[in-house]
Design a binder for this molecule. Structure first.
Ligand code: ADP
Ligand code: ZN
Length: 292
């Protein structure tokens, strides 16, 4: 039996099991760590007598360098109480089992690669478009970490201020991809939450334009085989077709591969595990930690 934690800015999802068929989950609101972590740990103590390991997919930024004294910590978040919090260490000490630790989106692509829409592929990207934009990539069957971890939401993309004078919401860059296209950017630009804008609202053409710019950059950089788009904003089903159309337009036939013909239905698509990608990926992180 493995344990998984998907640590998010609004809620912590906890699960025990070995995969999609037997996972049992519960969730707790993200308040102060001194409140949330005892609930999380209490859950595992109640439901699982013999946990082998726990995996954590966390909101970030996080320290993933095993050689660093800050390994397993959330680093510079503005979320009150969580900056420099030792998330992995707290769980390891309380439960006494090995703990695997990675970003929420790295967990999500791991889950999708094992059981979902990226199964059987050596290269795939998971991008979430929600309160922020974040991405995880598998390249040649390995999750990309590199120096820290990728920050695909902060791709710098062209911003035509005549078409869209909105300056963007990223506190670091203003009009990076996240600054222009995350859920809060849509709400700030148009004055209503993304979820209530009609499918024919001009917001969606612009949103598809920015997301397609990001996807083209990821495609020409990683030569990835598939891009999965999740998160609250992608709950708009019509957005997928707008993005695919704009992607084809922007790429302009330059990259040639059969999967980029025939409408891109498989190349740009939703995750298959729905909102369970992250928690299932956390089980994969646990399984890996148990083998170390
Ligand atoms: P988080 O990123 O905090 O984990 P979500 O992925 O649910 O959470 O993203 C929240 C964002 O998604 C909000 O900005 C919200 O406006 C937007 N959102 C939520 N539901 C929808 C919807 N049905 N259509 C479009 N946007 C949505
Ligand atoms: Zn940014």
């Amino acid at each position: 039996m493995f344990g998984g934690i998907e640590a998010g800015g609004t809620k912590f999802v906890c699960g025990v099991g070995t995969g999609p068929n037997d996972i049992h989950t519960a969730q707790f609101p993200t308040s102060a760590p001194e409140v949330t972590l005892p609930e999380v740990i209490g859950f595992f103590e109640r439901v699982a007598g013999n946990l082998k390991a726990v995996g954590i997919g966390s909101f970030g930024p996080v320290d993933l360098d095993p050689a660093s004294p800050g390994y397993g910590h959330i680093t510079s978040t503005p979320k009150a109480g969580w900056a420099n919090y030792d998330l992995a260490g707290t769980v390891r000490k309380a439960l006494g089992v090995p703990v695997g630790f990675d970003t929420d989106v790295n967990a999500a692509i791991l889950g999708e690669a094992r059981w979902g829409a990226a199964k059987g592929l050596s290269d795939a990207v998971y991008l979430t478009i929600g309160t922020g934009i974040g991405g995880g990539a598998i390249v040649h069957e390995r999750v990309v970490h590199g120096m820290v971890h990728p920050e695909m939401g902060h791709l710098r993309i062209p911003h035509d201020t005549a078409r869209d004078p909105f300056p963007g919401v990223c506190p670091f860059h203003g009009d990076c991809l996240e600054g222009l296209a995350c859920g809060p950017a849509i709400q700030a630009r148009w004055g209503s939450p993304a979820g209530v804008l009609a499918p024919d609202h001009p917001a969606w053409e612009l949103e598809a334009h920015y997301l397609a710019l990001g996807l083209v950059n990821l495609t020409v950089t990683l030569s990835t085989q598939r891009i999965l788009l999740g998160g609250g904003v992608m709950q708009q089903p019509h957005l997928f077709e707008l993005i695919r159309k704009e992607f084809v337009h922007l790429l302009n036939g330059y990259v040639r591969h059969p999967s980029l013909l025939q409408g891109l239905d498989d190349f740009i698509r939703p995750p298959q595990l729905g909102n369970q990608a992250g928690i299932l990926g956390a089980l994969v992180l646990a399984e890996r930690a148990s083998r170390l």
